[in-house]
Design a protein. Structure first.
Lengths: 108, 198
């Protein structure tokens, strides 16, 4: 890493998370990438941290249980009904909203 | 006329907010350290508050961040009510971010695993989530938002109401704590065998 165009190993290691998180400016990111392509010392650490990121992103992604979806759906409609009573919202407003919520809730 | 205005606003709510239900649920699950009933209450509270406050949300801004902020505030209020004090962290400065970034658990793993990247393959999802749930809240929330939900530093800063430098510091420390916990767990459960120890 004596080449004048290369940034040193300690700077690369210090920027690894930001590099992996795609938070570096394009120029800094390119410098890190260029270094990693040829540095056998830094690459294993990069590989380890990348494996962590990839692994965490693949951890089981839970979805809202159907019963909770339904509960929230009903609670929102109940609030709509209350606000409808206290304003002059036309009746079809509630009906349309129910249809729309049902469509979006049922989309998954 | 007034009716049609309200209709537009509420329809906007359903179309903008409901698609983020799963993300809010997952965040709530991790905030509540995997307690299903508490998480469900948090999600319902979040969406009802968001629905009531929808007029205050500016269309075109980040609805997911807005909902996650409401969810977190609701969680913190609950913690206060239960008498749980917020964890107090040592002083955090932007200056320590680079040194934090450089101190991964990599060097310890390297002694016992080859190739090092294969280390994470040995865990079940449940084990990783348990380790994550054991992190102090300030680290847990940063790691969850970044590593499970894929938010940018800026978005996380918005949700946690912190400067991005502090977000980085919490994220890097949280990742290190999580990796340390997984490393100890792997050693204790024989997933990896310490070398050079007799």
């Amino acid at each position: 890493m004596k080449d004048g165009t290369m940034i040193p190993c300690d700077q690369v290691v210090a920027k690894l998370w930001e590099y992996l998180d795609q938070e570096l400016a394009p120029e800094a990111s390119a410098q890190v990438q260029q270094h990693l392509e040829i540095c056998r010392r830094c690459f294993p650490q990069y590989d380890f941290q990348r494996a962590y990121r990839v692994y965490l992103l693949q951890v089981q992604r839970e979805s809202v249980p159907p019963a909770l979806r339904h509960r929230i759906f009903e609670a929102i409609l109940a609030e709509e009904a209350t606000s409808k009573q206290s304003s002059d919202v036309p009746f079809e407003h509630g009906t349309g909203l129910r249809a729309l919520i049902a469509r979006i809730f049922g989309r998954r | 006329m007034r009716g049609s205005e309200i209709r537009v606003q509420k329809v906007g709510f359903v179309e903008e907010a409901i698609p983020h239900l799963d993300a809010v649920y997952r965040f709530a699950l991790r905030l509540s350290r995997g307690h299903e009933a508490e998480a469900q209450d948090l999600v319902q509270d979040t969406f009802l508050r968001a629905h009531r406050g929808w007029e205050g949300f500016r269309l075109g801004t980040n609805c997911r961040s807005w909902l996650l902020t409401i969810c977190r505030n609701s969680f913190l209020r609950g913690e206060e009510r239960r008498g749980r004090r917020a964890e107090i962290l040592e002083s955090e400065t932007d200056a320590d971010v680079e040194s934090l970034a450089a101190t991964a658990v990599f060097s310890e793993v390297r002694e016992n695993v080859d190739p090092e990247a294969a280390f994470f393959d040995s865990f079940l999802d449940r084990e990783v989530l348990n380790a994550l749930d054991a992190l102090p809240t300030p680290f847990r929330e940063a790691v969850v938002l970044s590593d499970l939900e894929g938010l940018s530093y800026l978005e996380i800063a918005e949700v946690l109401e912190l400067p991005t430098g502090t977000v980085k510091s919490r994220l890097f420390r949280g990742r290190r704590l999580l990796q340390q916990a997984l490393y100890r767990y792997a050693l204790d459960n024989g997933y990896i065998t310490p070398k050079d120890r007799t």
